[in-house]
Design a protein around this ligand. Structure first.
Ligand code: EPZ
Length: 446
């Protein structure tokens, strides 16, 4: 087990390069299953979830050569259609191999990706779509696997009941080699979906975004290999922007994509956070004076992203006044709140008055466990102090790491493998611009 020991407070001042987008890299790897040709993906982040997806592909018969940020995927052994429980259950996105396996081989056996620490996260919307395309899918609770078959996966017209980012992508991946035309209504518009569509069309797929939230896919006989560079990670950039301002520092972010961050930049300006356009893909984020509180509500694209709300909440602990964070996408995404309160943050949970919550929230209302809340009220500014912190999910982990950097004293973070899932070499990169983070390996018994 590893932990971080963090000495604060420190200012973060310097330059950071945003790595490739985790939420494109994982799907680009899955896309390689659609062809026997070589696929080369560039700008891949060196993160745990990518390593896990590589393991999944190797179980399915591919060979992945990783050289720095380039992964070359080739056929290696006869394909299989089963994702082993041990690796599949640790990587929710591994369920997306359903699409390529069903369309190419008519069979897939995958572990139930199920709940993680930010909610139930079922894949009912994915499965409903695949069934509409002719798949039969059953869940065997005695073995924890979904068993899927599709003698003849065919095109279908599918309307998602609610937005699903990876659900849209799973059906895209299924429809490419399916017979006939597939039309997805109420399809996700997250920009990472478009990056995946660019890759797939470069491989010979025929995918087009038609009207609002509508994607049309013409099935083709086969697709070919390619070399593709994935986009930078929006969530990393927002994390770094918060790091600069919360630490009263100044970080120049390279590979910046401001055009995908407007919902964040609008509220950042509103609260008095500084950012300066250096050039097309460079933005300097800096502390320019006391912050004032404001309210945010998370939303699907192009709204304020749910992955940004945890770091944002930390920033609001440093803002004068009362701010509200209302989470509408996941039903349990405040796992960091109790940890911030250990550091002195003044945060109360509440449930906003929403007339039709079963429609308003993006998660399935029935999945909501008792006792969870959808909003928090933060009083600021508060001087945070050190604490022993436990990390429960990826963005919460990044948030607690930043809190330890700006808090006074020595903090201890446990469960940091969650941070490694989505942020490459995070302590190395932040220590180069002023933090004092030490990664310590603990033997199991201590
Ligand atoms: C993707 O998750 C991202 N993960 C998430 O990033 C991101 O927060 C999310 O999209 C929203 O943009 C990857 O791309 C690997 P959803 P996904 O399907 O696809 C519920 C990060 O930190 N739902 O849009 O799982 C679901 O439980 C991660 O990088 C169903 O109920 O999100 C959630 O509450 C976290 N049934 C909501 O809908 C379904 O079949 C949105 O889910 C599908 C989803």
């Amino acid at each position: 087990m590893e932990k971080f020991i963090v000495e604060g407070p420190t200012k973060l001042i310097g330059h950071l390069m945003v790595a490739g987008a985790k939420n494109v890299a994982l799907k680009a790897l899955v896309a390689s299953l659609l062809t026997d040709d070589t696929v080369i993906i560039q700008n891949v982040p060196d993160i745990r979830d990518v390593h896990l997806m590589v393991e999944v592909l190797e179980h399915l018969g591919k060979r992945c050569d990783v050289k720095k940020d380039v992964i070359t995927i080739q056929n290696n052994a006869p394909h299989t259609c089963t994702v082993p429980l041990e690796v599949g259950a640790r990587l929710r996105a591994s369920s997306m191999v359903l699409g390529p396996l069903l369309s190419r081989y008519g069979k897939a056996i995958i572990p139930n990706p199920g709940g993680c620490r930010i909610g139930a996260r079922p894949i009912d919307r994915h499965i409903d779509g695949l069934i509409a395309m002719g798949a039969t899918i059953s869940y065997a609770s005695n073995d924890g696997y979904f068993h899927a078959d599709a003698k003849n996966l065919h095109g279908a017209e599918i309307s998602f009941e609610k937005n699903t980012h990876t659900g849209t992508e799973t059906l895209l991946l299924a429809a490419i080699l399916a017979k006939g035309t597939t039309i997805l209504h109420n399809a996700a518009e997250e920009i990472e979906v478009d990056d995946l569509i660019s890759l797939l069309n470069q491989m010979g797929a025929q995918i087009e975004r038609k009207g609002k939230r509508e994607i049309v896919i013409e099935g083709v006989e086969k697709i070919h290999g390619t070399t593709f560079t994935i986009m930078p990670d929006r969530n990393e950039e927002v994390t770094f922007a918060v790091a600069a301002i919360a630490s009263k520092g100044n970080i120049t972010v390279h590979h910046s994509r401001r055009e995908y961050l407007s919902a964040f930049l609008d509220v950042l300006e509103k609260v008095g956070g500084g950012f300066e356009v250096i050039d097309d893909d460079t933005t300097r984020y800096y502390y320019k004076g006391p912050l004032v509180a404001t309210d945010i509500v998370t939303a699907i694209y192009p709204g304020f992203m749910t992955d940004w709300q945890a770091p944002w909440a930390l920033l609001m602990t440093q803002a004068k006044g009362e701010s509200v964070v209302h989470e509408t996408v996941f039903e349990n995404r405040f796992t960091y709140v109790e940890e911030l309160k250990k550091m002195g943050a003044q945060i109360l949970y509440f449930d906003p008055d929403v007339s039709r919550p079963e429609e308003y929230y993006n998660f399935n209302w029935k999945d909501r466990p008792l006792g969870t809340h959808q909003a928090i009220r933060i009083q600021g500014p508060t001087n945070l102090h050190n604490a022993v912190l436990s990390v429960n999910d990826l963005r919460a982990g990044a948030t607690l790491l930043l809190a330890a950097i700006i808090g006074s004293g020595k903090s201890y973070l446990y469960g940091i493998e969650q941070i490694d899932r989505g942020y490459e070499h995070i302590e190395k990169r932040l220590n180069e611009i002023g933090s004092h983070i030490e990664r310590v390996t603990e033997d199991a018994l201590s």
